[in-house]
Design a protein around this ligand. Structure first.
Ligand code: ADP
Ligand code: MG
Length: 249
């Protein structure tokens, strides 16, 4: 059967920092309904890859495609508006704002309205409803009026997912969403991502191998800026080069 158009695709992207080749001709795709995990040691180039997909870094060569369109030269904001949602390795939340305010600001960004209206946004009915809906979906509705700084680490990560959801994304890119979470938080988020993939396929950079092995439809292994293998969980677990480079035996 003909292959479905990928939701997201990189074709041969390269990125160097001086002499360091952080991305070496990376070609991968994200297909409808799937979770595609990216694993690899620290410094392998995972965050650099994500930055090029989301548009905060420009590749030296190669291209990025979103929903079949070449977005290589599009600004981050335009990619977001086209349906590319993301969560960050380092939190981007405003700690002094409430949980709801963070989600409303996310909804404002997603709406494409200019940022100078952010004060009005906090009283905007539509944006507030979008934000509340996203909080409900990640189970934070009861904490909406709390200051974000008072949340647990795991709850903040859930809030970041909620902020990404205010976009009603068509694809999600997540950089280590489980990092620093306890077992209960990881379990909850794993269950949530498992359902979410139907609505928005997920490119998931993650070190938590239990989560990766339970969630991923496919896994790509990145080592020194290069994809050394892509395959199913079984294929990756059985791959000798992968075991040596990353899985540690
Ligand atoms: P990972 O997310 O897999 O841990 P990164 O993508 O953060 O890896 O980094 C890949 C490599 O590129 C590392 O060696 C890192 O030090 C380097 N690097 C990342 N960003 C920059 C930058 N802006 N300038 C110089 N070197 C960078
Ligand atoms: Mg990283």
């Amino acid at each position: 059967p003909a292959r479905q158009t990928p939701v997201l695709e990189t074709r041969g992207i390269c990125k160097s920092f001086g002499a360091l080749r952080a991305s070496r001709e990376i070609s991968l795709d994200l297909r409808p309904g799937e979770i595609h995990a990216i694993i690899g040691p620290n410094g392998a180039g995972k965050s650099t890859l994500i930055a090029q997909i989301c548009g905060t870094l420009k590749p030296d060569a190669g291209s990025v495609h979103l929903l079949g369109r070449d977005v290589t030269h599009q600004a981050t904001r335009m990619r977001a508006r086209a349906g590319l949602g993301r969560t960050f390795q380092i939190s981007s939340l405003a700690m002094d704002d409430t949980v709801l305010q963070n989600a409303v600001l996310g909804a404002l960004g997603a709406s494409g309205r200019p940022w100078r209206f952010w004060k009005d946004a906090l009283h905007d009915r539509t944006l507030t409803e979008t934000a509340e809906e996203a909080l409900l979906r990640v189970g934070l509705e009861d904490l909406a009026r709390q200051r974000t700084a008072e949340l647990s680490h795991g709850q903040r990560r859930q809030l970041e997912v909620a902020v990404a959801l205010t976009l009603r994304p068509k694809a999600l890119v997540m950089d280590e969403p489980m990092a620093g979470m306890g077992p209960e938080g990881s379990r909850l988020l794993t269950g949530f991502l498992d359902q979410l993939r139907q609505e928005a396929p997920i490119l998931l950079v993650e070190h938590d191998m239990d989560a990766v092995f339970s969630l991923a439809d496919r896994i790509s292994v990145l080592v020194y800026g290069e994809v050394i293998a892509t395959g199913s969980v079984e294929e990756i677990r059985a791959n000798a080069a992968v075991r040596e480079a990353y899985l540690g035996d």
